[in-house]
Ligand binder design. Structure first.
Ligand SMILES: N[C@@H](CCC(=O)N[C@@H](CS)C(=O)NCC(=O)O)C(=O)O
Length: 233
């Protein structure tokens, strides 16, 4: 059975997984989840992912949520020798580190400042901005200390897909990266050297940019994080 990816078109974790599928040339069916319509909030969807989050991979009845786990699984199962997820222990540890850093520190700060105020009952605050700058500062340090072209190595790895999909949220809200020259250079290098992958990421970035201008009304959705949507400041 063809593999299915349940994905949302502007969701950074979904975009990261789509980039891996593209880079590894894995045939799959893209099942588009309408976030605004709350298609991921149903009991049916919860059977695939009790977290009710997108993306979910369905590999012949094996349901796997969490974008990092999906990216690792795809490489391990379908392209075990790919440099995208190197086997050598130290290189792999750095890739794993960068992905943990992204999920727990970098993307979490960025999404709280960029995505949550667009879609949920959150405000952009001085503190959310401080956390973004702190996260960028740490990423800048990793790039400086590592001295590598990409986030975990001199070659592209799945860590770049995760980190690019987070960084594009900042581009979507017009955040200026120039205070972080190494992050900016890494991001521009990714775009320039991987135009097909950037096309995937860019489509999501443009959608987020559009939502930034015109936030969707999600008041119809029975969602715990926007019981009473307040106007954005
Ligand atoms: N840790 C998860 C996060 C996935 C995630 O946050 N997805 C968002 C869409 S971009 C989502 O499904 N949110 C559901 C909701 O907030 O209702 C992953 O990396 O896959």
């Amino acid at each position: 059975m063809t593999m299915k990816l349940y994905a949302v078109s502007d969701g950074p974790p979904s975009l990261a997984v789509r980039m891996v599928l593209h880079a590894l040339n894995i045939p799959y069916e893209l099942v588009s989840i309408d976030f605004i319509a709350g298609q991921h909030m149903t009991d049916e969807y919860a059977k695939m992912n009790p977290q009710k989050e997108i993306p979910v991979l369905d590999d012949d009845g094996f349901y796997l949520p969490e974008s990092v786990a999906i990216m690792q699984y795809l490489c391990d199962k379908y392209s075990p020798t790919s440099k995208l997820y190197p086997r050598e222990a130290t290189q792999r540890a750095i890739v794993n580190h960068r992905m943990c850093f992204n999920m727990g520190f970098y993307y979490s700060a960025i999404s709280a400042h960029s995505m949550a105020p667009i879609f949920f009952d959150y405000q952009r605050t001085d503190m959310s901005l401080k956390k973004v700058n702190n996260a960028l500062n740490v990423f800048e340090t990793y790039l400086q200390e590592g001295g590598t072209k990409y986030a975990a190595a001199d070659f592209l790895t799945i860590a770049d897909f995760a980190l690019v999909s987070a960084t594009l949220c900042l581009e979507a809200i017009g955040f200026d990266l120039s205070n972080y020259p190494l992050v900016q250079k890494w991001y521009e290098t990714f775009k320039k050297e991987n135009p097909e992958l950037w096309e995937i990421a860019k489509s999501g970035m443009l959608e987020i940019a559009e939502f930034e201008k015109n936030p969707p009304d999600l008041s119809h959705m029975n969602h715990p994080f926007h019981p009473t949507r307040k106007p954005k400041v």
